[in-house]
Design a protein around this ligand. Structure first.
Ligand code: NAD
Ligand code: MG
Length: 392
């Protein structure tokens, strides 16, 4: 009954929501490992509270001061420095919450899959980059992958399966992922040229890390989610649809061959999909506020405006490809968003950098991890050069 859990990215938004759910169910979960990139103080605080076997600071090298402070805390938890620690963290547990942001989460997530763990997947970039390779590894190792991304978790719930297979049942005709439209849904397109990182990160319905917040503003997040859905549910792009739904109450819809449409609804709170993935096929309490549709009033849906969201178009451009194009798109997006957050480029230049990178880096086969990582590196170099040229 008791499961040991590793949380990759424990100090982030998904990591915090996961610990909030875990804390409500001490009879079900014990924390085997917690990882953070550089935030020593936050990791120490979490470790004092959850007493994991292992704690990892993947972005730091050991220093006498930090080692001394850890010892002085009296913790028995082993502290590991450097990215290799993420692999050790995975090895402590049977269930792994993959909640590192971006491509940095790929090595430990793939390691968890290859070891046949139960992987709760928030880190969509890992699947977007490696697609078929990732899903083949799942089949081969017998790993269980459960979607944490709210839309994909909603789709999986609507499938109504009791098995953990994520492939869509044959009777599924279409799935619709909803998107809030982000903070700039109603702003004039002309005024978008001057938006600041803080404005882009001020999401109307969700509180998230800064990278995914910018992705939500540009709708690249929905683009990455289309690619994520294609692989998880084994569906062709023609079966995937996006609708803007500003209230973020309906997370996804699944249409069956008889015309029935099932949707999953909840208040926008990531503890809902996290708890679903943690407990599947059971259900557990989350502390999430009960949904009051009368106070929400109305649920609206609209087709995304392609001129307002060029990043969504760029994702559609690569959606049909099974090679390295998605990894190139993802890498260019990571570089562009980081540059925007560092105020090196303007908001509208995010799409420009991604487009220039897609135009410059040739698509190739994604049959091996080496091929994917080579495409990722090439795309990062091109995108960085484009950022530098824009800043010059
Ligand atoms: P966040 O920025 O709040 O947290 C990221 C975590 O990863 C932190 O613990 C950080 O220390 C760690 N990290 C950052 N860079 C790292 C690196 N280079 N190496 C190792 N660790 C690193 O991000 P988040 O909002 O929690 O998102 C995490 C993942 O979940 C992303 O892939 C995101 O797309 C996905 N996701 C998030 C939400 C949400 O509501 N926040 C919803 C759906 C999916
Ligand atoms: Mg999502």
């Amino acid at each position: 009954m008791m499961k040991t859990l590793c949380i990759l990215g424990a100090t982030g938004s998904i990591g915090g929501s996961t610990l909030d759910v875990v804390e409500r169910h001490p009879d079900r979960y014990r924390v085997g490992a917690l990882t953070a990139h550089k935030s020593f103080d936050a990791l120490l605080e979490l470790s004092l509270k959850y007493t994991p076997d292992v704690a990892v600071l993947s972005g730091l090298t050991p220093s006498d001061d930090l080692v001394k402070r850890w010892k002085q805390s009296g913790l028995k938890t082993e502290l590991i420095f450097g990215p290799q620690g993420l692999i050790s963290a995975v090895d402590t547990s049977t269930v792994v919450m993959a909640a590192i942001v971006g491509a940095a989460g790929l090595p430990p997530t793939l390691h968890a899959v290859s070891k046949g763990k139960t992987v709760l997947l928030a880190n969509k970039e890992a699947l977007v980059m490696t697609g078929a390779l990732f899903m083949r590894l799942v089949q081969r190792s017998g790993a269980i992958v459960l979607p944490v991304d709210s839309e994909h978790n909603a789709v999986f719930q609507c499938f109504g399966q009791t098995s953990h297979q994520t492939a869509a049942p044959k009777v599924v005709q279409r799935i619709t992922l909803t998107a809030s439209g982000g903070p700039f849904l109603r702003r004039s397109i002309a005024s978008l040229s001057s938006v600041t990182p803080d404005e882009a990160c001020a999401h109307p319905n969700w509180v998230m890390g800064r990278k995914i917040s910018v992705d939500s503003a540009t709708m690249m997040n929905k683009g990455l989610e289309l690619i994520e859905a294609k692989w998880l549910f084994d569906l062709a792009p023609t079966h995937l649809k996006v609708l803007i739904h500003p209230q973020s109450i309906v997370h996804a819809m699944v249409e069956f061959c008889d015309g029935s449409v099932l949707a999953q609804l909840s208040n926008p709170d990531m503890r809902v999909p996290i708890a679903h993935a943690l407990a599947f096929p059971e259900r557990i309490a989350t502390g999430v506020k009960s949904l009051d549709l009368a106070s929400v009033g109305s649920l609206q849906f609209e087709v995304p405006d392609r001129a307002r969201f060029p990043c969504l178009d760029l994702a559609y451009r690569v959606l049909g490809d099974s090679g390295t194009l998605a990894a190139i798109l993802n890498a260019a997006n990571e570089v562009a968003v980081e540059a925007f957050l560092a105020q090196q480029i303007a908001y509208l230049q995010i799409a420009e950098v991604i487009q220039a990178t897609l135009d410059a880096v040739p698509a190739g086969s994604a049959a091996s991890l080496e091929m994917v990582l080579a495409a990722d590196a090439q795309a990062r170099a091109k995108a960085a050069a484009h950022v530098a040229a824009l800043g010059a």
